[in-house]
Design a protein around this ligand. Sequence first.
Ligand SMILES: NC(=O)c1ccc[n+]([C@@H]2O[C@H](COP(=O)([O-])OP(=O)(O)OC[C@H]3O[C@@H](n4cnc5c(N)ncnc54)[C@H](OP(=O)(O)O)[C@@H]3O)[C@@H](O)[C@H]2O)c1
Length: 292
Amino acid sequence: MSSANKYMNIISLILRSLGYLLIALIVISSTYLISMSGIYHTPTTFLSSSNYVSPSNKILIVGGTRGVGLEIVRTLQDRGEDVTAMVRSTSNVKKLNQLGVKQVIADALIKKQVQAIFSQNNYGTVISTLGTSAKDLPARQNFIQSMIYGEVKMDPNKRPDFIGNRNIIDSAKASGANRFILITVIGTGQSHDALPPLARRGHKDVVAQKEKAENHLRASGLAFTIIRPGGFSNGQSSGKAKLTEDHLAFSYIARVDVANLAIETLGNDESIGKTFNAYDSDMLHLYRIFMD
Ligand SMILES: NC(=O)c1ccc[n+]([C@@H]2O[C@H](COP(=O)([O-])OP(=O)(O)OC[C@H]3O[C@@H](n4cnc5c(N)ncnc54)[C@H](OP(=O)(O)O)[C@@H]3O)[C@@H](O)[C@H]2O)c1
Protein backbone atom coordinates (compact mmCIF):
# COMPACT_ATOMS: atom_id res chain seq x y z
CA MET A 1 0.00 0.00 0.00
CA SER A 2 1.37 3.40 -0.96
CA SER A 3 1.99 5.93 1.81
CA ALA A 4 -0.71 8.20 0.26
CA ASN A 5 -3.26 5.39 0.67
CA LYS A 6 -2.11 4.77 4.23
CA TYR A 7 -2.74 8.46 5.11
CA MET A 8 -6.14 8.32 3.39
CA ASN A 9 -7.09 5.25 5.48
CA ILE A 10 -5.99 6.91 8.72
CA ILE A 11 -7.92 10.10 7.88
CA SER A 12 -11.02 8.13 6.96
CA LEU A 13 -10.75 6.13 10.25
CA ILE A 14 -10.48 9.38 12.26
CA LEU A 15 -13.47 10.92 10.44
CA ARG A 16 -15.59 7.80 10.99
CA SER A 17 -14.67 7.72 14.70
CA LEU A 18 -15.58 11.40 15.06
CA GLY A 19 -18.89 10.69 13.33
CA TYR A 20 -19.70 7.82 15.74
CA LEU A 21 -18.70 10.03 18.68
CA LEU A 22 -20.99 12.81 17.47
CA ILE A 23 -23.91 10.39 17.02
CA ALA A 24 -23.28 8.97 20.52
CA LEU A 25 -23.22 12.51 21.98
CA ILE A 26 -26.46 13.44 20.22
CA VAL A 27 -28.17 10.22 21.43
CA ILE A 28 -26.94 10.67 25.02
CA SER A 29 -27.90 14.34 25.26
CA SER A 30 -31.31 13.81 23.62
CA THR A 31 -32.04 10.88 25.97
CA TYR A 32 -30.98 13.04 28.90
CA LEU A 33 -33.14 15.98 27.84
CA ILE A 34 -36.18 13.78 27.21
CA SER A 35 -35.75 11.96 30.53
CA MET A 36 -35.56 15.33 32.33
CA SER A 37 -38.78 16.57 30.76
CA GLY A 38 -42.35 16.72 31.97
CA ILE A 39 -43.84 15.02 28.90
CA TYR A 40 -44.78 11.76 30.62
CA HIS A 41 -47.78 12.99 32.53
CA THR A 42 -50.29 15.69 31.64
CA PRO A 43 -52.44 17.02 34.46
CA THR A 44 -56.06 17.78 33.62
CA THR A 45 -57.38 19.44 36.76
CA PHE A 46 -56.21 22.81 38.00
CA LEU A 47 -57.05 25.32 40.71
CA SER A 48 -59.39 27.84 39.11
CA SER A 49 -57.69 31.15 38.67
CA SER A 50 -59.07 33.96 40.77
CA ASN A 51 -58.78 37.71 40.91
CA TYR A 52 -56.34 39.15 43.37
CA VAL A 53 -57.88 39.87 46.74
CA SER A 54 -55.87 41.89 49.23
CA PRO A 55 -55.33 40.08 52.54
CA SER A 56 -55.79 43.51 54.19
CA ASN A 57 -53.14 42.85 56.79
CA LYS A 58 -49.38 43.07 57.19
CA ILE A 59 -47.49 40.65 54.96
CA LEU A 60 -44.06 39.21 55.83
CA ILE A 61 -41.95 37.70 53.03
CA VAL A 62 -39.18 35.37 54.15
CA GLY A 63 -36.57 34.79 51.43
CA GLY A 64 -37.30 38.08 49.68
CA THR A 65 -33.74 39.10 48.87
CA ARG A 66 -33.85 37.47 45.43
CA GLY A 67 -35.55 35.00 43.12
CA VAL A 68 -39.18 34.09 43.74
CA GLY A 69 -39.26 35.95 47.07
CA LEU A 70 -38.03 39.19 45.51
CA GLU A 71 -40.66 38.90 42.74
CA ILE A 72 -43.36 38.46 45.40
CA VAL A 73 -42.10 41.51 47.30
CA ARG A 74 -42.00 43.59 44.10
CA THR A 75 -45.53 42.66 43.01
CA LEU A 76 -47.15 43.08 46.42
CA GLN A 77 -45.40 46.40 46.90
CA ASP A 78 -46.72 47.53 43.48
CA ARG A 79 -50.22 46.57 44.63
CA GLY A 80 -49.84 48.88 47.59
CA GLU A 81 -49.69 46.14 50.23
CA ASP A 82 -48.00 46.59 53.61
CA VAL A 83 -45.00 44.36 52.85
CA THR A 84 -41.94 43.61 54.96
CA ALA A 85 -39.00 41.42 53.94
CA MET A 86 -37.18 39.39 56.57
CA VAL A 87 -33.46 39.47 55.78
CA ARG A 88 -30.25 38.37 57.46
CA SER A 89 -27.60 40.80 58.66
CA THR A 90 -25.40 39.23 55.94
CA SER A 91 -27.99 39.47 53.13
CA ASN A 92 -27.40 41.55 50.04
CA VAL A 93 -30.34 43.96 50.28
CA LYS A 94 -29.44 46.23 47.37
CA LYS A 95 -32.52 45.27 45.35
CA LEU A 96 -34.85 45.55 48.33
CA ASN A 97 -33.42 49.00 49.11
CA GLN A 98 -34.05 50.04 45.50
CA LEU A 99 -37.69 49.00 45.95
CA GLY A 100 -37.81 50.95 49.21
CA VAL A 101 -39.35 47.97 50.97
CA LYS A 102 -39.46 47.64 54.79
CA GLN A 103 -36.99 45.14 56.21
CA VAL A 104 -36.57 43.31 59.51
CA ILE A 105 -33.41 41.43 60.39
CA ALA A 106 -33.47 37.84 61.62
CA ASP A 107 -31.63 34.65 60.77
CA ALA A 108 -34.31 32.00 60.25
CA LEU A 109 -32.06 29.46 61.99
CA ILE A 110 -31.97 31.50 65.20
CA LYS A 111 -35.30 30.99 66.93
CA LYS A 112 -34.98 33.96 69.31
CA GLN A 113 -34.37 36.37 66.42
CA VAL A 114 -37.40 35.04 64.56
CA GLN A 115 -39.59 35.21 67.67
CA ALA A 116 -38.48 38.81 68.24
CA ILE A 117 -39.55 40.07 64.80
CA PHE A 118 -42.95 38.38 65.12
CA SER A 119 -43.56 39.68 68.63
CA GLN A 120 -42.73 43.24 67.53
CA ASN A 121 -45.06 43.18 64.49
CA ASN A 122 -48.45 41.61 63.98
CA TYR A 123 -48.09 39.97 60.57
CA GLY A 124 -51.36 38.50 59.33
CA THR A 125 -49.88 36.82 56.27
CA VAL A 126 -46.52 35.07 55.87
CA ILE A 127 -44.99 33.85 52.61
CA SER A 128 -41.82 31.77 52.86
CA THR A 129 -39.56 31.01 49.92
CA LEU A 130 -36.69 30.14 52.27
CA GLY A 131 -34.09 27.93 50.66
CA THR A 132 -30.44 27.07 51.22
CA SER A 133 -28.38 29.86 49.68
CA ALA A 134 -25.59 28.76 47.35
CA LYS A 135 -23.17 30.83 49.45
CA ASP A 136 -24.03 28.69 52.50
CA LEU A 137 -23.30 25.33 50.86
CA PRO A 138 -20.07 23.77 52.16
CA ALA A 139 -18.53 23.73 48.69
CA ARG A 140 -19.71 25.12 45.40
CA GLN A 141 -20.90 22.49 43.00
CA ASN A 142 -22.34 22.69 39.59
CA PHE A 143 -25.44 21.03 38.21
CA ILE A 144 -23.59 18.14 36.51
CA GLN A 145 -21.58 17.34 39.68
CA SER A 146 -24.77 17.28 41.75
CA MET A 147 -26.34 14.80 39.29
CA ILE A 148 -23.31 12.50 39.52
CA TYR A 149 -22.35 12.79 43.20
CA GLY A 150 -25.58 14.00 44.79
CA GLU A 151 -25.82 17.29 46.60
CA VAL A 152 -22.92 18.33 48.82
CA LYS A 153 -23.66 17.00 52.29
CA MET A 154 -24.72 19.74 54.65
CA ASP A 155 -25.69 19.58 58.31
CA PRO A 156 -29.52 19.84 58.23
CA ASN A 157 -29.33 22.10 61.30
CA LYS A 158 -27.40 24.63 59.23
CA ARG A 159 -29.85 24.86 56.36
CA PRO A 160 -33.12 26.80 56.59
CA ASP A 161 -35.30 24.47 54.50
CA PHE A 162 -36.72 22.73 57.58
CA ILE A 163 -35.31 24.31 60.75
CA GLY A 164 -35.68 27.86 59.42
CA ASN A 165 -39.20 27.28 58.15
CA ARG A 166 -40.14 25.56 61.41
CA ASN A 167 -39.02 28.64 63.37
CA ILE A 168 -41.05 30.90 61.07
CA ILE A 169 -44.16 28.67 61.19
CA ASP A 170 -44.06 28.38 65.01
CA SER A 171 -43.62 32.12 65.49
CA ALA A 172 -46.32 32.93 62.93
CA LYS A 173 -48.73 30.64 64.75
CA ALA A 174 -47.82 31.96 68.21
CA SER A 175 -48.24 35.59 67.11
CA GLY A 176 -51.68 35.02 65.58
CA ALA A 177 -50.92 35.12 61.84
CA ASN A 178 -53.83 33.74 59.86
CA ARG A 179 -52.35 32.76 56.48
CA PHE A 180 -49.12 30.98 55.47
CA ILE A 181 -47.87 30.27 51.94
CA LEU A 182 -44.86 27.96 51.66
CA ILE A 183 -42.80 27.35 48.52
CA THR A 184 -41.06 23.96 48.48
CA VAL A 185 -40.13 21.78 45.46
CA ILE A 186 -41.51 19.04 43.23
CA GLY A 187 -40.09 15.77 44.53
CA THR A 188 -41.45 16.31 48.03
CA GLY A 189 -44.02 13.91 49.56
CA GLN A 190 -46.54 12.51 47.07
CA SER A 191 -44.74 14.36 44.26
CA HIS A 192 -41.65 12.12 44.59
CA ASP A 193 -42.42 10.28 41.36
CA ALA A 194 -42.99 13.51 39.42
CA LEU A 195 -39.33 14.50 39.74
CA PRO A 196 -37.35 13.06 36.79
CA PRO A 197 -35.35 10.06 38.10
CA LEU A 198 -32.04 11.61 37.02
CA ALA A 199 -32.74 14.65 39.21
CA ARG A 200 -33.69 12.69 42.34
CA ARG A 201 -30.16 11.95 43.52
CA GLY A 202 -29.09 15.58 43.39
CA HIS A 203 -32.16 16.74 45.33
CA LYS A 204 -32.42 13.93 47.90
CA ASP A 205 -31.19 15.87 50.93
CA VAL A 206 -33.04 19.10 50.29
CA VAL A 207 -36.30 17.30 49.46
CA ALA A 208 -36.19 15.51 52.84
CA GLN A 209 -35.86 18.88 54.60
CA LYS A 210 -38.63 20.50 52.56
CA GLU A 211 -40.90 17.55 53.33
CA LYS A 212 -40.43 18.04 57.07
CA ALA A 213 -41.26 21.74 56.67
CA GLU A 214 -44.44 20.89 54.74
CA ASN A 215 -45.53 18.42 57.42
CA HIS A 216 -44.80 20.92 60.17
CA LEU A 217 -46.94 23.54 58.43
CA ARG A 218 -49.82 21.08 57.88
CA ALA A 219 -49.77 20.23 61.59
CA SER A 220 -49.58 23.89 62.67
CA GLY A 221 -53.25 24.76 62.40
CA LEU A 222 -52.41 27.77 60.19
CA ALA A 223 -54.46 28.39 57.03
CA PHE A 224 -51.77 27.15 54.66
CA THR A 225 -51.09 26.68 50.99
CA ILE A 226 -48.02 24.75 49.83
CA ILE A 227 -46.69 25.29 46.31
CA ARG A 228 -44.15 22.88 44.82
CA PRO A 229 -42.41 24.14 41.68
CA GLY A 230 -39.94 22.32 39.41
CA GLY A 231 -36.70 23.88 38.10
CA PHE A 232 -36.66 27.66 37.65
CA SER A 233 -35.94 30.01 34.80
CA ASN A 234 -35.34 33.70 35.25
CA GLY A 235 -37.35 34.40 32.11
CA GLN A 236 -40.60 36.20 31.59
CA SER A 237 -44.02 34.88 32.47
CA SER A 238 -45.35 32.38 29.92
CA GLY A 239 -48.91 33.17 30.94
CA LYS A 240 -49.59 29.42 31.15
CA ALA A 241 -48.55 28.55 34.70
CA LYS A 242 -51.18 26.90 36.88
CA LEU A 243 -51.53 25.04 40.16
CA THR A 244 -52.62 21.43 40.21
CA GLU A 245 -53.28 18.88 42.93
CA ASP A 246 -52.10 16.24 40.47
CA HIS A 247 -48.85 15.36 42.20
CA LEU A 248 -47.40 13.59 39.17
CA ALA A 249 -47.25 16.83 37.18
CA PHE A 250 -43.77 18.12 36.39
CA SER A 251 -42.52 21.10 34.43
CA TYR A 252 -39.98 23.88 34.63
CA ILE A 253 -41.33 27.32 35.44
CA ALA A 254 -40.32 30.99 35.52
CA ARG A 255 -39.66 32.43 38.98
CA VAL A 256 -42.02 35.29 38.19
CA ASP A 257 -44.82 32.80 37.50
CA VAL A 258 -44.27 31.01 40.82
CA ALA A 259 -44.49 34.44 42.49
CA ASN A 260 -47.74 35.24 40.66
CA LEU A 261 -49.27 31.88 41.56
CA ALA A 262 -48.37 32.35 45.22
CA ILE A 263 -49.89 35.84 45.27
CA GLU A 264 -53.05 34.62 43.56
CA THR A 265 -53.64 32.02 46.27
CA LEU A 266 -53.82 34.80 48.89
CA GLY A 267 -57.33 35.66 47.81
CA ASN A 268 -58.44 32.18 46.84
CA ASP A 269 -60.02 30.32 49.76
CA GLU A 270 -60.12 27.14 47.66
CA SER A 271 -56.34 26.95 47.99
CA ILE A 272 -56.40 26.83 51.81
CA GLY A 273 -55.18 23.57 53.33
CA LYS A 274 -53.95 22.31 49.97
CA THR A 275 -50.65 21.31 48.39
CA PHE A 276 -50.09 22.00 44.71
CA ASN A 277 -47.54 21.26 42.03
CA ALA A 278 -46.82 24.36 39.91
CA TYR A 279 -47.17 23.37 36.26
CA ASP A 280 -46.46 25.24 33.04
CA SER A 281 -47.38 23.41 29.83
CA ASP A 282 -45.08 25.79 27.96
CA MET A 283 -42.04 24.77 30.02
CA LEU A 284 -41.89 20.98 29.78
CA HIS A 285 -38.28 20.74 28.63
CA LEU A 286 -35.03 21.48 30.44
CA TYR A 287 -33.69 23.67 27.63
CA ARG A 288 -36.57 26.12 28.22
CA ILE A 289 -34.93 27.41 31.39
CA PHE A 290 -32.00 28.74 29.33
CA MET A 291 -34.11 30.38 26.64
CA ASP A 292 -35.55 33.71 27.85
N1 LIG B 1 -33.68 26.85 42.05
C1 LIG B 1 -34.62 26.07 41.59
O1 LIG B 1 -34.61 25.64 40.41
C2 LIG B 1 -35.75 25.66 42.51
C3 LIG B 1 -36.72 24.78 42.02
C4 LIG B 1 -37.81 24.47 42.83
C5 LIG B 1 -37.93 25.02 44.11
N2 LIG B 1 -36.95 25.86 44.57
C6 LIG B 1 -37.17 26.46 45.90
O2 LIG B 1 -37.87 27.68 45.69
C7 LIG B 1 -37.52 28.64 46.70
C8 LIG B 1 -37.06 29.94 46.04
O3 LIG B 1 -35.89 29.69 45.30
P1 LIG B 1 -35.09 30.89 44.58
O4 LIG B 1 -34.05 30.19 43.73
O5 LIG B 1 -36.01 31.84 43.95
O6 LIG B 1 -34.41 31.66 45.78
P2 LIG B 1 -33.14 31.23 46.65
O7 LIG B 1 -31.90 31.61 45.95
O8 LIG B 1 -33.27 29.80 47.08
O9 LIG B 1 -33.34 32.23 47.91
C9 LIG B 1 -33.26 31.76 49.20
C10 LIG B 1 -33.68 32.88 50.13
O10 LIG B 1 -33.65 32.36 51.46
C11 LIG B 1 -32.89 33.28 52.24
N3 LIG B 1 -32.23 32.60 53.33
C12 LIG B 1 -31.42 31.53 53.27
N4 LIG B 1 -31.01 31.17 54.49
C13 LIG B 1 -31.61 32.04 55.35
C14 LIG B 1 -31.59 32.18 56.76
N5 LIG B 1 -30.88 31.36 57.54
N6 LIG B 1 -32.30 33.18 57.32
C15 LIG B 1 -33.03 34.04 56.55
N7 LIG B 1 -33.09 33.96 55.21
C16 LIG B 1 -32.37 32.96 54.62
C17 LIG B 1 -31.89 33.88 51.31
O11 LIG B 1 -31.37 35.07 51.87
P3 LIG B 1 -29.82 35.51 51.69
O12 LIG B 1 -29.86 36.54 50.60
O13 LIG B 1 -29.45 36.07 53.01
O14 LIG B 1 -29.01 34.30 51.33
C18 LIG B 1 -32.76 34.09 50.07
O15 LIG B 1 -33.53 35.26 50.21
C19 LIG B 1 -36.46 27.97 47.55
O16 LIG B 1 -37.13 27.41 48.67
C20 LIG B 1 -35.91 26.87 46.66
O17 LIG B 1 -35.41 25.79 47.40
C21 LIG B 1 -35.86 26.20 43.79
